[in-house]
Design a protein around this ligand. Structure first.
Ligand SMILES: [Zn+2]
Length: 263
């Protein structure tokens, strides 16, 4: 069973990189992905109310999808409202942050207030964009944020590095500051560079990397083939495919047929 922890609903730069719930579910069905966590693309830029409302409406119609609500520290009241709504809506399994598109620093004062007052008390898993080319949210900064909130589970998107810059930034950051409450997703073209997933795996261990695709910005199907091709034991491959996602996002348990057996 494969669970994708990173995908988007809504309109991106062109129609083919955009999706409503039915289109996203169709891509996953074709790719052999059992379940996916998705969040609004528009809300990442700051359209928190419109983006989250659309996402929850679409996810409610698709059994294959769960949602994360996008929070933004400069939209504090809206973010607080969506996080409260999440507590009463079983379709919502986490909070998405995008400090790069949202134009704020992940270690900023407003972000700390958002974490302290709303996100941490909710118990929801946080997934944030991370990348070498995103000074707002490098993997070093994200591990620092995670160390401030040890009871919160955090997922670092894009293997902690993204497409640009050195491939070993997340490896070096983890060696300096390993965090037991941090996981990674592999939703980046970097994952197709031979050895990139294995290099991170060697340092963070088999329980830390989750399958992710960033669909529909990328086709999910090649990520499924790539996971099958990675040089690793079947036990580790199963952890990356779904077991680590269930540990990083416990709210997914019970939402997926067969998830209990996988866990
Ligand atoms: Zn993304």
């Amino acid at each position: 069973m494969i669970i994708d922890v990173h995908s988007h609903l809504g309109q991106y730069a062109n129609a083919r990189m955009s999706a409503d719930g039915a289109r996203l579910s169709g891509l996953y069905e074709a790719a052999g992905v059992a379940h996916a966590v998705t969040f609004s693309i528009e809300a990442c830029y700051g359209g928190v109310d419109a983006g989250n409302a659309y996402t929850l409406t679409e996810v409610a119609r698709q059994q294959r999808l769960s949602a994360m609500v996008v929070a933004h520290p400069e939209h504090m009241e809206s973010s607080a409202r969506w996080i409260r709504e999440a507590a009463a809506n079983p379709d919502v399994v986490g909070v998405k942050l995008h400090p790069a598109l949202g134009g704020y620093d992940v270690l900023g004062h407003a972000m700390d207030r958002l974490m302290e007052r709303h996100i941490a008390p909710s118990g929801l898993t946080v997934l944030s964009h991370t990348g070498n080319d995103s000074p707002n949210v490098t993997i070093d900064k994200y591990l620092e944020l995670a160390s401030r909130y040890p009871t919160v589970r955090f997922i670092a998107a894009h293997l902690g590095v993204g497409i640009m810059g050195p491939g070993d930034t997340a490896v070096n950051a983890w060696v300096r500051k390993p965090q037991p409450n941090v996981w990674f997703d592999m939703g980046t073209l970097r994952a197709f560079c031979t050895g990139s997933v294995e290099q991170l795996l060697a340092v963070v261990g088999p329980d830390r990397i989750c399958f992710g695709t960033d669909a529909p910005l990328y086709h999910p199907a090649p990520f499924v083939r790539m996971l099958a091709a990675l040089e690793m034991g079947e036990d580790v491959r199963e952890r990356i495919a779904s077991k680590n996602a269930l540990a990083a996002i416990p709210a997914l348990l019970g939402r997926i047929v067969g998830a209990g057996a996988a866990a």
